[in-house]
Ligand binder design. Sequence first.
Ligand SMILES: C[S@@+](CC[C@H](N)C(=O)[O-])C[C@H]1O[C@@H](n2cnc3c(N)ncnc32)[C@H](O)[C@@H]1O
Length: 273
Amino acid sequence: MATKGSLVIAGTGIQWAGQTTHAARTAIEAADRVLFAVADPWTVQWLRGLKPSAESLPYASGDTPRRLIYQEMVQRILAPVREGLRVCAVFYGHPGVLHDAAHAALRQARAEGLPARMLPGVSFLDCLYADLGVDPGQHGCQVHEATDFLIRGRAFDVHSPLVLSQIAAIGNPGFFDAANTERIQRGLRVLSEVLRRRYPASHEAIIYEAAVLPIHPPRMTRVTLEALATAAISDVSTLYVPPLGPAPVDEDMLALLGMSSGDGTIRSTLGGD
Ligand SMILES: C[S@@+](CC[C@H](N)C(=O)[O-])C[C@H]1O[C@@H](n2cnc3c(N)ncnc32)[C@H](O)[C@@H]1O
């Protein structure tokens, strides 16, 4: 009887090896076929150390729409699963954070009745919480993909941290090209204008890049919103916009909950220590 293939989608974390969960590593080692889409050559080397036959998923450059490459990735991932192999598809960071192909492969496998699951991993957000000392339980945390944030006019709260990913690819459906400074700066200029409608121009944000190697420090460059358009960024830059102080407390709500503004429990109830 033919064996049924299966799919595990795993993440390496941002720092190869050190941030790869035990479950992800076990899934990589146990798979018949390992396919990967990761961001740096050290992770590739490490993966091939674990699984010498590991194959790279298709990558593209230039203006090929990302969605076309992702469709191709999904087909490459599913083909061996349909043949009855145990497949592990590996993405960098958390495989479910900003990886359309990972989610699409999972959905498609399940739609075809093939066993498929995703293992959580360490994403850039987890690194950001640690490096920038942000606790999402304190003032909340808003996370948006930068182009989506702009084109959908996402509502946001200036009293809660705002994290914007893919700021180097604003308005770019293709792949990151560092040489195309005109496109990169246009995107940042528009983002700066939109943010300055709600924050002061002098408000300082942080361009954040978690370290890929444990021997490197993370990048945490402060930049005022008015200077954002000309800031040096890379394809892994994330923008962190700190809140404009805590949100005012609703006295009517306090009363409804039987609390008072002098109540020492408010800070801890709202996420403080
Ligand atoms: C395609 S997404 C991949 C995210 C990844 N799956 C994760 O879990 O972190 C790429 C975006 O994630 C963010 N990102 C990726 N690597 C990063 C890093 N080392 N530091 C900060 N942000 C990063 C950037 O906003 C980048 O544009």
